[in-house]
Design a binder for this molecule. Structure first.
Ligand code: NI
Length: 227
């Protein structure tokens, strides 16, 4: 399941974040790619240990921790710290799949990448090309969102960033390990949760069947969830 999470950051927050990022020192992105992806990766990244990257990354995770749609869709367990990249003219990232297991900068607990996120920090009209193309069971989907919006998609997907033809495409990208490993189970839980919320709005959240369904939802997480 590929889902757009609108307005993770407000336009004012995007402007603040961009103010910091635009003054930061960017480095060649191929340093942090795996063996296969290094051959197709042409972009710039902020060093993961940069203070700006760490500060803004915390700010983004804080915003996501209060985003009901995101929490319902992702059921996050652990995050890798958000990273930042920039594509200028002719920069691109060819078709690749992200590494399955990643080690956070603190070297502590390894994280399985279940879900990938890209938070757009440039307005679509400010650059040409630069679409994120994600292949899923329904074919290739092209994603180019407003600044502040985020796409969430299974890390199992092949994906690419088309060459930028003008301007600059700035975004944050990162991964999470979900409490629910299976994309299919996580998608069913998302549908169930959205349905419970809609029924709750129609019937009231204390209606006996809404309460029973809420119980089913939590019992499925209890059965399938990892902690
Ligand atoms: Ni990738």
């Amino acid at each position: 399941m590929l889902i757009t999470i609108p307005e993770v950051l407000t336009k004012d927050e995007v402007a603040q974040v961009r103010g910091v990022l635009d003054k930061s020192d960017w480095q060649d992105g191929s340093h942090t790619a795996g063996v296969q992806s290094a051959q197709v990766k042409r972009n710039q990244q902020l060093p993961v240990d940069s203070e700006n990257a760490q500060q803004i990354g915390k700010y983004i995770l804080q915003a996501l921790s209060q985003n009901a749609l995101f929490l319902s869709a992702a059921l996050p367990l652990r995050f890798l710290p958000p990273m930042f990249n920039k594509y200028e003219t002719a920069e691109t990232f060819g078709v690749h799949v992200d590494n399955a297991i990643r080690v956070p900068p603190d070297g502590q607990q390894h994280i399985r990448t279940d879900l990938s996120m890209t938070l757009f920090l440039s307005e679509p009209e400010d650059y040409g090309g630069g679409e994120l193309v994600i292949e899923d069971h329904y074919g290739a989907q092209e994603v180019k969102l407003a600044a502040g919006d985020m796409v969430l998609y299974p890390s199992t997907s092949l994906h690419q960033v088309r060459p930028v033809t003008r301007g600059a495409r700035v975004s944050s990208f990162f991964w999470l390990q979900s409490m629910i490993r299976s994309n299919e189970q996580r998608t069913m839980l998302f549908d169930l949760d959205q349905t419970i919320q809609s029924l709750g709005a129609d019937l009231g959240t204390t209606h006996k069947d809404v309460v029973r369904l809420t119980g089913v939802y939590h019992n499925l997480i209890r059965t399938w969830g990892e902690t």
